[in-house]
Design a protein around this ligand. Structure first.
Ligand code: KIV
Length: 271
């Protein structure tokens, strides 16, 4: 029997046991009550209230503009919906990079105002002091290495990271640092599968991959991408499990046709 069916609520301890037993961890983003309810009921292990809300909910080109208040609004909506999964909330750009006191204050706001269970932040050595401080206050932290979208203007592109040895070495050393600082898990985004394997075998905390191959301890996708709501984004790593864009588009067209042709509402749909 899988561990996740034995437990009522998923905690960071559950995830650690899943890594030890070899059971893969499932994680998906959500930003609102209705989708979070479906995803939690379906049995997901972790919901990430990602700052990808900046892209898929607000229509920004990058994750940089989303604010802490906006992340708190999304996280509150998600937390109201869930019964079982662990909720991780992204610390948005500008709320933790400057110093560890500000990072802790931002994390405390998320925990106090949303009821979420943990926070995620991007980076390795550069943010390790902040990780220590937040973990020291009793707040679980998930790390995020590889392609870190909040640094997109530094990278210049969304291509695969850490293909060169020097960057791969730094990523491995950052993963160890994050573990030492007390992170309970680390997302590795868009890195070679063999590097993700090495990281996953080296550190004891779970790795959650996105575009990082099959050897990670878990996988995460952005909900709008995997449900086919967002049709323009088709990277190689994305498996699309539904075509909600087409289903919604066709339903709306049928609705318009029915209104125009006086077919809706009919007698049984009227009082
Ligand atoms: O914000 C987000 O959706 C993320 C995932 C891509 C891991 O950080």
């Amino acid at each position: 029997m899988s561990i996740h069916k034995e437990v009522k609520k998923i905690t960071t301890n559950t995830l650690q046991k899943m890594k030890q037993s070899g059971e893969k961890i499932s994680m998906l983003t959500a930003y609102d009550f209705s989708f979070a309810k479906i995803i939690d009921n379906a049995g997901i292990d972790i919901i990430l209230v990602g700052d990808s809300a900046s892209n898929v909910m607000a229509g920004h080109e990058t994750t940089l503009p989303i604010t802490l208040d906006q992340m708190i609004y999304h996280a509150q909506s998600v937390v109201r919906a869930i019964n079982r999964c662990l909720v991780v909330v992204d610390l948005p750009f500008g709320t933790y990079q400057s110093n560890s006191d500000i990072a802790l204050a931002s994390a405390i706001r998320i925990m106090k105002e949303t009821g979420g269970h943990s926070v995620k932040l991007e980076g390795g050595a550069e943010v390790v002091e902040s990780v220590r401080k937040i973990v020291g206050a009793g707040i679980p932290v998930m790390g995020h290495l590889g392609l870190t979208p909040q640094s997109i203007y530094k990278f210049g592109t969304y291509t695969v990271r850490a293909k060169e040895q020097a960057e791969a070495d730094k990523l491995l050393s950052d993963a160890k640092l994050l573990q030492e600082a007390g992170c309970f898990a680390v997302v590795v985004e868009k890195i070679p599968a063999q590097l993700a394997k090495q990281v996953s075998e080296t550190i004891d905390i779970p790795t959650i991959g996105i575009g990082a191959g099959p050897y990670c301890d878990g996988q995460v996708l952005v909900m709008h991408d995997m449900l086919g709501i967002n049709t323009e984004f088709k990277p190689r790593f994305l498996r699309q499990y539904a075509s909600l864009h087409d289903i919604t588009f066709n339903a709306v067209q049928q609705y318009i046709t029915d209104i125009k042709s006086l077919n809706f509402p009919n007698q049984t749909e009227s009082y």
